[in-house]
Design a protein around this ligand. Sequence first.
Ligand code: GLY
Length: 389
Amino acid sequence: MVTGDPATTYLTRHRPDVAVVGGGPIGWAVAWRCATRGMRVVVHDPAPGSGASHVAAGMLAPVAEAYFGERELTGLLTESAGRWPGFAAALTEATGTDIGYRTEGTLMVGLTADDLAEARRLWAYQQGLGLPVTPLRPSQLREREPALAPRVRGGALAATDHQVDPRRLVPALRLAAEQAGAVLVAEPVRRLSDITAGVTVVAAGCGAAALTGLPVRPVKGQVLRLRAPDGGPPGFRHVIRGYADGAHVYLVPRDSGEVVVGATVEERSDLDISAGAVLRLLRAAVDLLPEIAEYDLVETLAGLRPGTPDNAPILGPLPGHPDVIIAAGHHRHGIVLTPVTADLITELIIGGGSADPLLAPFRPDRFADLPDVVGAAAAGSTSQPATEG
Ligand code: GLY
């Protein structure tokens, strides 16, 4: 499978207890947790950290992203967000890395009366679930963020919705996992039957579909990165999520001066950047925060979220293959769901398949009539290489 590098040496000497397919945040976090618990772990990925997480803004937003009809998912998001402070502290302690974890909270705003009406309907739903959404008058909004446009009609605070920088997070997770003994195999995995390990964890994002037959589809997101002028920090501290003349946009400020502006949600699988998408994102961003017009536009990038039919992740054993565990399909929530996914998957492995009840709504077997891609590949057919989760 691989030749002539330390990973090969490792693999020829030790059969891994756990092989993780996918070197994104989920894969490395599972690897870290498993290696820390004494398991021999390898992570397969030709380009770790280059998938969806490289594009992601890093919002930890179980409140702002609690959408109608996704109650069980919201429960998992809330559970994972609650684990984030301890997860971030442990990772920072293990690696000495600043992962850009920030806790100023998220302001949700509406530009026009129509925007505010739409936003308020969602906030009422979120409050009905018991989530902490605090409506703010325009004057209170501006006290918190003076840079908001005077036109912004109103908003609400989701104080517990935080952020982290995914481009710092993934290297930190990799470092923590490797310090704990995990080994990277920088080669693509074409079929799971090529892997020799006690348990295989598929954390391959959109690549999980070809490897397993599970219904994971790419959902394109175009994202911009801007930089505040003169090397200073952005002129606002909260994550801002808003409705602006019917357009949805978020702005995520980083201490470095970077601002991430996102994102389109498109049912397509190319990575092209369209002028129209950039225009719409920038217009909405500038409508909410006029000073953004003075920032440098430093990056335009598209990524592919791994979507599932019910927008929820797929977590647990693959039907018919108890030694293949899925940790994929995190769609818009891969970063926030990293801690809970790593914990649950690790416990599943250690417990020999006995699952935490939290996993029940997210098991792979909730999808009927799955093709047995793993069995077919083992019998001789081929599939596409996997990519990061
Ligand atoms: N969770 C943010 C996004 O998917 O764009």
